[in-house]
Design a protein. Structure first.
Length: 133
């Protein structure tokens, strides 16, 4: 009768160890999933900022001057929910006998609410001129 319940101790130990391993696996998987999601959101923020640069450059070259600071609320499928603030500073300069403009455009793209786990923010800037030679 002294051997009764002998297998119970190793069985309980095995259950505790397997439960702990399962918990670790779930936590690691959740952390990796969050990291992949953040990478995707950050890549999209970079694309949104690039779109802001393109919009600002087109606007400056078409109008011959910088637009005021403009907020673009993107609605395309993959960029839906991203907000891009585009700022532009134009400076005239002499290029021989011609007067040309130099533009510095900054686009700051963001998604989500600041302080929240899914918040991302990317800033891109570009400098160019309207000189043709």
């Amino acid at each position: 009768m002294s051997g009764r319940g002998f297998a119970l101790v190793p069985a309980l130990f095995l259950l505790v160890v397997l439960g702990a391993l399962a918990l670790v696996a779930v936590r690691v998987g959740t952390g990796q999933q969050h990291a992949v999601t953040m990478d995707l959101l950050q890549s999209r923020a970079l694309a949104a900022a690039g779109a802001g640069i393109e919009w600002g450059a087109y606007s400056a070259l078409t109008n011959g001057s910088c637009a005021a600071s403009t907020t673009l609320n993107l609605t395309e499928a993959s960029l839906n929910g991203y907000s891009v603030v585009v700022t532009c500073v134009g400076t005239a300069f002499l290029n021989g006998a011609a007067t040309n403009n130099s533009y510095v455009i900054k686009a700051a793209a963001s998604f989500g609410t600041y302080g929240q786990p899914s918040y991302v923010h990317r800033v891109v800037s570009a400098t160019f001129t309207d000189a043709t030679s």
